[in-house]
Every structure is written in C-alpha cells, then in structure tokens.
Write a protein that binds this ligand. Structure first.
Ligand code: SAH
Length: 355
C-alpha cells in the first residue's frame, strides 16, 4: 500500500525529528530494494540560456535583459558528449530555456549523431515544444524528456508560469502524457518552497508523482533570483502564516524521501539546487535519503555562469574533471557504486514503501 495524500501531508508537517530520521531510513531501504546501490551519472549540457518565457521564478526568463545570452554550437555539444563518454557517464541531458533557435532539424541531427557515435542515452529538457518537434527528436533517438510541472496548484502555476501569448495553454501534465505516448521515458518534478506554495498542495504534488507513475523525478528547493518578479522581495506573495512551505534544505530531504516511497522504482536525482543550499553535504544526504542519480554539469566552463536559473549554482566553481574525481570518491565512500550503462527505468511490479 503506497502512502496516501493525507499521510504524505502528515509527514511534511511531522515535528518529531526522530520520526523523520525513520522516514529517511525507510526511503534509503526502499531505494536499495528497488533500484539498488548504483548511482547513475547524467552529464548535464546547458545548451542555451535563450528563452521566450517569463517564468516568475527563473533567472533566464526573457525579461531578464541584464543577462548575456548564448547557445552552444553543434560541435560544442558533441564535444560535451565525448567528454561524458570519457567520464563513463551513461546519459547526457540537454537542457535549455525555451529557445526556438534550437530548431527541430538542427537538434534532430545532433541527437542522431550522439546516438550513432556513442552508447549514451539522450535526455531532453528543452521546455514546452510542439508535438512535431518532440516526435522528430524521439525518432532521432532521444530516450527521455524532463518537464517539471513545478506545482500542481493551477492558480499558483499560472501565476509563476504565464502562458505564451497566442498559444493555446496546455497543462504540463497533458504534455507529459503526450511525451509518454511518443515513447519517451518521462520525468517531472517540483520546486520546494515557491512563494504561495502550501503544504497541502505539495502533498498533492507528491501523490501526483505516483499517479503519473513517473520514470524520473527531480525536486529541489526554490532559490530566489533577484532579477525575477518572485525573487524581488517586495512582490513576493505568501500562502499565509503556517501554510507557506519553506524553501529549506530539510523540507527538500523530506520531499525526496517521500517521493522515493511513492515511486519506488523511479530515477531520482540529488539535485544541484540541493547542493547549492548545502555545498558540503547536500548531494550526499540526498543520496542517503532516497536519491539514486547525480547530474554532473559538463557545460563548457565559459558558459556555466550564464545558465543562471538561480544565483550561485553550486556547479559554477567546479571544473568537470575535478568535480568528477571528487564525486566518484564521494559515492564510493557511501558504500555505493557508479551506475553502468544508460540507467533507464527498470519497470517491475511496484510495491510502495511504508513507514
Ligand atoms: N526551460 C526548461 C528547463 C528549465 S530549468 C523547462 O522549463 O522545463 C530546469 C528547472 O530548474 C525548472 O524546471 C525549475 O524547476 C528549476 N528552476 C528554475 N528556476 C529556479 C529557481 N529560481 N530555484 C530553483 N529551481 C529553479
């Protein structure tokens, strides 16, 4: 019996730290039982910071005119893919703002080339794209698509993620189902502690991960960016005293742990946003509380600081090879192994964890 939504809510509000520790242990046990001790590494390529959207939380929103914009060339992307192979990563994740300069056939050819020349799985995270583009990229060989629904509260979502003028607004849930129908493994997730996010809506988000039977789930703390409407203090809406979810490290671990119990087989990263809040231990604690994936940033160094979705991303200071060596050592020190191969979702008959 998986956790029910009221039980999830209770866990989010649980005041007894000793009980929360038990929750973390159970999440770690369920992780071990269902996805094993392998930590899969996905090389993250931040392909472009150009974006037509005006997301109220995101530092690369179109309205941020102080940001220098870039798009990697085909050769730069292919060089990143070669580097991922060299590091032994099984997957590359190509992420970007919603950039229509990333054209259907240009990206299709890059995907085809990566799939032809390397053993890598290809994950895309390019925003809300047309069915036609998504089909062409899938046919070119893309394996997975990440599109966080950010919050399942429709009023909060439309406030933080305004629709594009003149385009029919389709919910991100509908888009995820369409991606699955095209044959992608689908990934989604939320930010923890968006201003206006209530505990009950976060509990609903987590229950929805289970209902959607997501293959991948990324959750991280919301980190305010000063060049965004939501990050500018004065404009910050709040769900009201006692109801507002804090954007804290501790609550994020709870969400990671509950996500593992609701979706035992999913691939769940210990996110960069989490290690930005706690650079010493964030990644490790995420891996010990339900996560089984890390996404090392392999974007060329000169572009990294420009993909500033939130300030002071933890990966900015690291060179790929220093980070790689430390990461491998850190994972082994936990008694875990480095995942081999593409590390896709392994579908078995599910049985959720209980606490
Ligand atoms: N354009 C793509 C990729 C966006 S970046 C898309 O919209 O899907 C990937 C994720 O970073 C977002 O889905 C969001 O959950 C997260 N993110 C963006 N801004 C953030 C912020 N200020 N704090 C924390 N996470 C943020």
């Amino acid at each position: 019996m998986p956790l029910t939504e009221p039980e999830i809510l209770q866990w989010l509000l649980e005041p007894d730290e000793a009980r929360v520790e038990a929750l973390y242990r159970e999440a770690d046990r369920v992780r071990h039982e269902h996805v094993g001790d392998a930590v899969h590494l996905r090389g993250l390529i931040e392909v472009s910071n150009i974006c037509i959207r005006q997301c109220a939380y995101c530092g690369i929103r179109a309205g941020n005119t102080s940001l220098q914009r870039y798009r990697l060339s085909r050769d730069e992307i292919l060089e990143c893919a070669r580097q991922a192979v060299m590091f032994g990563y099984g997957t590359v994740v190509m992420q970007a703002g919603e950039d229509y300069g990333i054209e259907r056939d240009w990206m299709g050819e890059i995907i085809q080339t990566i799939k032809r020349d390397t053993p890598l799985a290809v994950t895309l995270s390019l925003g809300e794209r047309s069915e036609e583009e998504l089909r062409v990229w899938r046919e070119a060989g893309a394996d997975r698509y990440l599109l966080r629904f950010e919050t399942s509260d429709p009023a909060l979502f439309s406030m933080i993620h305004p629709p594009v003028h003149g385009r029919m607004a389709e919910s991100r849930i509908e888009q995820l189902l369409r991606l699955r129908a095209l044959g992608y493994e689908i990934g989604s997730g939320v930010m923890v502690g968006i201003p206006g996010q209530r505990y009950c809506s976060l509990a609903h988000d987590i229950a929805l991960f289970g209902e959607l039977d997501l293959d991948m789930i990324g959750v991280g703390p919301y980190l305010p960016h000063p060049a965004t409407p939501l990050g500018a203090e004065a404009l910050r809406p709040s769900a009201g005293a006692g109801e507002q979810v804090p954007n804290s490290e501790h609550l994020t671990y709870r969400v990671v742990a509950l996500t593992r119990l609701v979706c035992p087989q999913a691939n769940i990263p210990s996110t960069t946003a989490l290690s930005t809040l706690n650079t010493q231990e964030g990644r490790t604690l995420g891996l010990q509380r339900g996560a089984n994936v890390v996404m090392p940033n392999i974007t060329p160094a000169q572009y990294r600081a420009l993909y500033e979705i939130y300030p002071a991303k933890s990966c900015i200071r690291e060179t790929s090879s220093d980070f790689h060596a430390q990461l491998i050592a850190g994972i082994r020190a936990l008694g875990r192994e480095i995942g081999e191969g593409p590390g896709g979702r392994n579908k078995k008959a599910a049985s959720g964890g209980r606490v």
